[in-house]
Design a protein around this ligand. Structure first.
Ligand code: DX5
Ligand code: ZN
Length: 228
């Protein structure tokens, strides 16, 4: 199977993209929240998948991804913070994920899993935790369409941004790979993220906080692009 048209569109469109992290949305109003984010100019949506084993939290499964897929037409990514991602790639691809991010720290054959993601029609992303050295992902960048640099320890939204991780984003972007940054991203650090090569800013709390998603996305985008 070839890569789907939404993933292709994302890959073909360089420049800043804002990816609201649905983890910070009101799950009781999930459909309205993701539609509001789309209407507010989100470029894609980020869905955090946690298994209570790879990280100490349990969140979204494939059925929720499918529900979000049915509610919006922008691309969605699935960030798999699970111990055995290979076993679930097809489920998330079939549910409609356009990019599937796996962690280099998870179990299994990382290269094979990245290939399998593409076989399933999604773009493949490789992710690394703050403690993980850049050298751990280097061998896999050629097999990935995107890299995701964590600027918090994965597991929960609303944590403090770790500026120490920006150097990894810069180095990966210098190798020509589109980079996303995830964790604690907001107007105060968005410009630094972009200056260090980030093309996709994943932001949960700073997008959904206070309920004015359009205002929050506009502020984030303005800050990222260097507006005052
Ligand atoms: C953390 C998740 C993030 C999280 C970001 O494990 O991967 O995507 O939702 O949330 P904020 O923007 O609140 O740090
Ligand atoms: Zn995430």
């Amino acid at each position: 199977m070839s890569i789907n048209h939404r993933s292709e569109g994302l890959l073909g469109r360089r420049g800043l993209k804002i990816a609201p992290s649905v983890l910070a949305a009101d799950f009781g109003r999930l459909r309205q929240e993701v539609q509001a984010a789309e209407k507010a100019g989100a470029d894609l949506l980020h869905l955090d998948v946690m298994d209570g084993h790879f990280v100490p939290n349990i969140t979204i499964g494939p059925d929720i991804v499918a529900a979000v897929r049915a509610a919006v037409s922008i691309p969605i990514d699935s960030h798999l913070m699970i111990s055995r991602p290979r076993d679930y790639v097809k489920r998330f691809a079939d549910a409609g994920a356009d990019i599937i991010f796996i962690h280099v720290e998870s179990e299994g054959d990382t290269a094979e899993t990245l290939g399998h993601i593409r076989e399933c029609g999604a773009a493949a992303g490789i992710t690394l935790n703050p403690e993980t050295p850049l050298d751990a992902v280097r061998p896999f960048l050629g097999m990935a369409d995107f890299a995701l640099v964590m600027t918090v320890r994965p597991g929960f939204g609303g944590q403090k941004f770790m500026a120490s991780e920006l150097a990894k984003a810069k180095a990966i972007s210098a190798m020509g790979k589109p980079v996303a940054i995830d964790g604690g991203v907001g107007p105060l650090n968005a410009r630094a993220c972009v200056e260090n090569g980030a093309e996709i800013l994943v932001a949960g709390t700073s997008v959904f906080r206070g309920g004015d998603i359009a205002k929050n996305i506009a502020e984030l985008r303005k800050a990222a692009l260097g507006g005052s």
